[in-house]
Each structure stands twice: as structure tokens, then as C-alpha cells.
Design a protein around this ligand. Structure first.
Ligand code: NDP
Length: 322
């Protein structure tokens, strides 16, 4: 049977990574395109998913049998804090339209993308899939977090009432080519890469906010892409699954910075501004369920993945989201 996989948000960091893997892995291989598959990577210009008519038109046009739903209003801490209602409402609308269109168009399978921001602020670490609804999320991004949590609630409701095969993935911090490198609004890795690149270009010091001590789990977008493709083919469970490197593979912001300095080839002065706040020291998430289900996965070594991302940023500086 012909399979049509629609990737919403197909032009973003994760969508581009899935496209890269699908187009570069050998046809018919574990992560490559299967001969009967057509992949569609949709951007917002193909339809604003906040709008139900435009969402339906997209489904009528491509008739997807499978959907990987990545489209979201995504932003850094500052925008999340300032535009809480917009993050709540836009993401509720996008998710409700995509889930309902997947139901009405009889999509065989839908995987939506959550985030570790959905977890409660006050929670026992490590995070695992059973703790999503066990307390309110951090107030800085409660709009985004509540909208994402509702996807899990809706997935269960669609399954119970209509038997839909809907599920969700929870990635930790993602980085890779096609990231958002905007200095005002980027996540930590793309923001530091951009800052370090400018310091090199301008011959100025490279100053990193905080002590460099906090630890985070970062997943390379190309690895995450493979995990989404695995989910599409082999994960049929409504319960969400955390897609992440292990808790023992946390890296400190200092290690991130050292790797960036090396990849950028920055030889000037670099230091930490310890007067700036650090944020939480650790927020480890368990990937035990993932490893149990997938039976082993080779993550790209952090430095190698970072090097690929930095090279991409430098080569695409003029067109990257800066
Ligand atoms: P990006 O910001 O890189 O891309 C967002 C994508 O969504 C783009 O393709 C964009 O289209 C599309 N989009 C946004 N608004 C709309 C809309 N109204 N209608 C249709 N399409 C829309 O996001 P990422 O790739 O970083 O994120 C993908 C998913 O992963 C999201 O669900 C996000 O919440 C989640 N996530 C991301 C993390 C990260 O570290 N980046 C961490 C954890 C989860 P266009 O290009 O046309 O604007």
C-alpha cells in the first residue's frame, strides 16, 4: 500500500533533519525512504495550521496516511515569557487542527512533538514519561507547556473514543543545521555558536553568561530524525516516549563552549560572566523506555555533531535564521 508521510513544520530544525536522513540513507534501509513511500515536508506557506480550513486543504491535497507533527510556535525564554497567551493559543489551535484533521481524514498514524518543558516545575528527577501531568509547569513558559500537554490528553481521548493511533515524542534540547541562530531568541547552543562566530569575525572577547557549570542533555537533530523514523515504523503506543541521550551523557555549558570555540576556530579571549544567573543546575530525563523499546541506538558523539552544526552555520550564514 502506498504510504504518504506528511511532516508538518517540515522546514524547521527537526523537519529539515528528517528530510536529510530520509534523502541520504540508502533506499529501503532502516532509516531510508521505503520504495512505496512519499514524504512531504510542509512549511507554513503551504497552510497556516492555526486555521482549520487551511489545515483541511493541506490534508485534502496530500491525503497523508502518516503524519509527523512538528509545527509549533517555538521560542526562547524571553518570547515565551512575554507572549504567554500567544504561545498557548497558537499551539492549541495548531495541535487541535492537526489532530482533528488526522482523525477526519483517517490518517493511519500520527506522531506529535512535545518537549521536556511540559514537565512539572517541582518534580523528582530524572524526568520520565509518567510525570508529565503531576504538577504545574514552570511559570516562565506555561502557555507553551500547557498547549503541548494537551496533545497527550487529546491523544488518549482520540484513542479511547475513536481508536486513533496517535502518539507523541518528548525530545530534550535539540541542535543541528537549520537551527534558529537569532541572538535574541535562540536556544543555548545556536546562540553561543553565533556569539562565538561574531567574536571571531570582530576580534572581540567571547563572553558566556553564567558559570558554565549547569548540565544538559543535548540531542543532535540527525539522531532525533532517526528516532522519529523508528517511531513511525515501530512504535504503536499512545503513551509518550522521551527521545534523548542518556542521563550519563549530560554535558556542561563549559564543555559546550569549549567544543564551540574549537569548532569555530576562535583563538581570542573567552570567559564566563559569573554575575549572570545560571538557571537550574540539572534537569535530567531518562531514556530508559527508549532504549528498552528500540534495543540500542548509536548517538553521534557530541563534538562531532557540534562540528557539523557549526560548519553548516558558517557555510549558510547569509541565509540562516539569525
Ligand atoms: P522550528 O522553529 O525550527 O520550526 C517550526 C516549524 O513549524 C517551521 O517549519 C514552521 O514553518 C512551522 N510552523 C510554525 N507555525 C506554523 C503555523 N502556524 N502553520 C504551519 N506551520 C507552522 O522548530 P523546531 O524544528 O525546533 O521544533 C520542532 C518541534 O520540536 C516543535 O514541535 C517543538 O515544540 C519541538 N521541540 C523543539 C526543541 C528545540 O530544542 N528546538 C526541544 C523540544 C521540542 P515556517 O518555516 O514556514 O515558519
Amino acid at each position: 500500500m502506498a504510504t504518504v508521510v506528511l511532516v508538518t513544520g517540515g522546514t524547521g530544525l527537526v523537519g529539515k533533519a528528517i528530510q536529510h536522513i530520509i534523502e541520504t540513507e540508502p533506499v529501503g534501509s532502516k532509516y531510508g525512504k521505503l520504495p512505496n513511500e512519499t514524504w512531504i515536508f510542509a512549511s507554513s506557506s503551504e497552510g497556516d495550521l492555526r486555521n482549520p480550513e487551511q489545515t483541511n486543504k493541506l490534508y485534502e491535497k496530500y491525503k497523508p496516511t502518516h503524519v509527523i507533527h512538528l509545527a509549533a510556535l517555538v521560542g526562547g525564554l524571553f518570547r515565551n515569557m512575554k507572549y504567554k497567551l500567544t504561545f498557548l493559543r497558537d499551539n492549541i489551535l495548531i495541535n487541535d487542527n492537526v489532530l482533528h484533521a488526522s482523525y477526519t481524514h483517517k490518517t493511519t498514524k500520527l506522531i506529535s512533538c512535545l518537549s521536556t518543558c511540559v514537565f512539572p516545575d517541582k518534580v523528582e528527577y530524572p524526568l520520565d514519561e509518567n510525570k508529565i501531568h503531576s504538577g504545574p509547569p514552570h511559570e516562565s513558559n506555561f502557555g507553551y507547556a500547557h498547549a503541548k500537554r494537551m496533545v497527550d490528553v487529546q491523544n488518549h481521548a482520540y484513542k479511547e473514543e475513536f481508536g486513533c493511533n496517535f502518539t507523541s515524542a518528548i525530545p530534550t534540547n535539540i541542535f543541528g543545521p537549520h537551527d534558529n541562530y537569532d541572538l535574541e531568541d535562540a536556544h543555548v547552543i545556536p546562540a553561543l555558536v553565533h556569539k562565538c562566530y561574531l567574536a571571531k569575525q570582530n576580534g572581540t572577547p567571547f563572553i558566556v553568561a553564567g558559570t558554565g557549570k549547569p548540565l544538559r542533555q543535548f540531542i543532535f537533530s540527525h539522531d532525533l530524525a532517526k528516532l522519529f523514523i523508528w517511531m513511525l515504523r515501530d512504535y504503536d503506543d499512545v503513551e509518550p516516549i522521551i527521545l534523548s541521550v542518556g542521563e550519563d551523557e549530560e554535558v556542561s555549558i563549559k564543555e559546550v563552549t569549549d567544543a564551540i570555540v574549537k569548532a569555530v576556530g576562535f583563538e581570542g579571549h573567552y570567559s564566563f560572566d559569573t554575575t549572570k544567573a545560571d538557571g537550574q543546575f540539572r534537569k535530567p530525563a531518562s531514556n530508559k523506555k527508549l532504549l528498552d523499546r528500540i534495543g540500542g541506538f548509536q548517538f553521534t558523539p557530541f563534538e562531532q555533531a557540534l562540528d557539523i552544526s557549526v560548519k553548516w552555520f558558517i557555510e549558510n550564514y547569509d541565509t540562516a535564521r539569525t
